[in-house]
Design a protein. Structure first.
Ligand code: DC
Length: 223
C-alpha cells in the first residue's frame, strides 16, 4: 500500500488539493481533521468545555467515530450519525483544535488513522501525519500559505455555503489556531524533516494541484 502525507495549517489548501489528486491517481483521501471535529462536536453537544481534559477523558468510551467512503467521498459518522456537515460549522474549528491538544484524544484516534492505510492507498491530510501517524509515508508534503491568504480562502468557502462569517474574526482565529496547533506539547504542527515545503500563497488552486501532482508522481510509482 502507498501513503502520501500532507500536513500544514488551516486553509493552506490541503483538502481541496488532496481530494483532486486522490481522484486523479485512484487513492482514497483521508481528512483527519474531520476526526478531531467529530470528537469536538460530541464534547460540545454535551455542554462540556472542549479544553476540559479531565471531563473529556471518561467521555471517550462513549464515542465511536467511523469514516466511510460513499462514491469516493469521505463521510464521518459519530455514534452512527452522519455528522459530515455538522462538523463544518465555523465554531467547530476551535473545538477541534482544543480537543486535539489532549493526549488521550490523539491516542483514541490514532489506530483508526493507521488502520485505513493498511488496506488502502491513501492521501492523508492533517497536522502530524508525516511526523507521527505515517512517519514512513512514501511522499510527505508540508503545505502552507500566508495567514491572510488562508483566511480569505476559508471566508470564500463559508460564503459559498451560505454561512455568514466576519473576515477579521476568521483571520484572528486562523492565527490563534496556528499558534495552538504548533505549540501544543503532543504531536504539534511542524514540518517533518523529510517533507517537501510548498507555499501556495501566490498560486491558483489549479497551479497548486499541478505542482503537487508533479511532486507526487515523480516520487511514487503508480502501477
Ligand atoms: O484540518 P482541520 O481544520 O479540519 O482540523 C481541525 C483541527 O484538528 C486543527 O485545528 C487541529 C486538529 N488536527 C490535528 O491536531 N491533527 C490532525 N492530524 C488533524 C487535525
Amino acid at each position: 500500500m502507498k501513503a502520501i502525507a500532507i500536513d500544514g495549517p488551516a486553509g493552506a489548501g490541503k483538502s481541496t488539493i488532496a481530494k483532486a489528486i486522490a481522484k486523479k491517481i485512484g487513492f482514497i483521501y483521508v481528512d483527519t481533521g474531520a476526526l478531531y471535529r467529530a470528537v469536538g462536536l460530541y464534547v460540545s453537544r454535551n455542554d462540556v468545555n472542549t479544553t476540559d481534559k479531565e471531563r473529556i477523558q471518561p467521555m471517550l468510551k462513549n464515542i465511536q467515530v467511523e469514516l466511510k467512503y460513499v462514491d469516493g467521498t469521505q463521510r464521518v459518522f459519530l455514534n452512527g450519525e452522519d455528522v459530515s456537515e455538522a462538523i463544518r460549522v465555523p465554531e467547530m474549528s476551535m473545538h477541534a483544535s482544543n480537543v486535539s491538544a489532549i493526549p488521550c484524544v490523539r491516542e483514541f484516534l490514532f489506530d483508526l488513522q493507521r488502520n485505513i492505510t493498511k488496506v488502502n492507498d491513501v492521501i492523508m491530510d492533517g497536522r502530524d501525519i508525516g511526523t507521527v501517524v505515517l512517519p514512513n509515508a512514501d511522499v510527505k508534503i508540508f503545505l502552507t500559505a500566508s495567514p491572510e491568504v488562508r483566511a480569505k480562502r476559508r471566508y470564500d468557502e463559508h460564503m459559498e455555503k451560505g454561512q455568514t462569517v466576519d473576515f477579521d474574526k476568521l483571520l484572528e482565529e486562523i492565527k490563534q489556531r496556528d499558534y495552538n496547533d504548533s505549540h501544543r506539547e503532543i504531536a504539534p504542527l511542524k514540518q517533518a524533516e523529510d517533507a517537501i515545503l510548498v507555499d501556495t500563497s501566490d498560486n491558483s488552486l489549479e497551479q497548486s494541484i499541478e505542482l503537487l501532482s508533479n511532486i507526487i508522481l515523480k516520487q511514487i510509482k503508480i502501477s
